[in-house]
Design a protein around this ligand. Sequence first.
Ligand code: ADP
Ligand code: MG
Length: 214
Amino acid sequence: MIPEHEVKARLRAAGVAVPRGVTAAGPERVAEAAAGLAPPLVLKAYGPGLVHKSDAGAVRLGLASAADAAEAAAAMRERLAALGVEAAGFLVEEQAAPGVELIVGLVRDPGFGPVILAGLGGVWAEVMRDTAVRVCPIDEAGAREMLASLRAFPLLSGHRGTPAVDLDALAGLLVRLGGPGGLWEELDLGEFELNPVIASPGGAVAVDARHLPV
Ligand code: ADP
Ligand code: MG
C-alpha cells in the first residue's frame, strides 16, 4: 500500500489542495518535524495493516501544538501495539477548516473506462447513496453539473444560513482529477479514492487519499 503522504504528494503535484504535512519515523521525531506546521494539527499513524485508520484509533484531530502531537503519537503507538499493529511512521498535518465532507474517486469502469465520481462523504454516503458519475475527461461545466446533480447540493450551495462552499475550488479539483491532462490518465497504475475532500467557504482540500494499485 502506498503511504498516504506519498499519494498526497502526487495529488499536490497535480494541483489538488492537500493539507501541509510532515512525516516522522517515530514519536521521538514528531515534535521537531511538526514545528513548522500551524495548529490545530492532525496526527495519523501509517503502516501495513492500517487501512481504515480511524477504526484502529490511528487518527487524532485537534492537537494544539507539535509537542501535543508528539505526546499523542507515543500514546497511539502504545495502543496500536496492544492491537498487534506496528506503526511504520506518523503523518502530522494541518487540520483543514470544517466543511462538507465529500468522497471523490477515479475508477475504471469495465464498460465505460475511466470515470470520476463525487458524492457526499462519511456516514451520509452509505445512507444516502448520493453520487454523481461521469466518463473522463470532464470539463469545468461538467464538474459543476456533477455537483449540481447531487441531492446534497443545497449543502454545498448554501442552505438556510449555512454559507456556500467554494464551488470554484471544488469544480477545479474535479477537473484536475478527471479533466484533460488530469490524474485519470494514470488510471492504468491504479484507482484513486479521496475520502474525504473537505469543501468549505475557503476552499476544497483532500484530507485523506488512497491509491489502489491494479
Ligand atoms: P480513515 O483512514 O479512517 O478514513 P482519515 O484520514 O479519513 O482516516 O481521517 C478520518 C477523519 O478525520 C476524516 O474523515 C476527516 O473527518 C478527519 N480528518 C482527517 N485528516 C484531516 C485534516 N487534515 N483536516 C481536517 N480533518 C481531517
Ligand atoms: Mg478517510
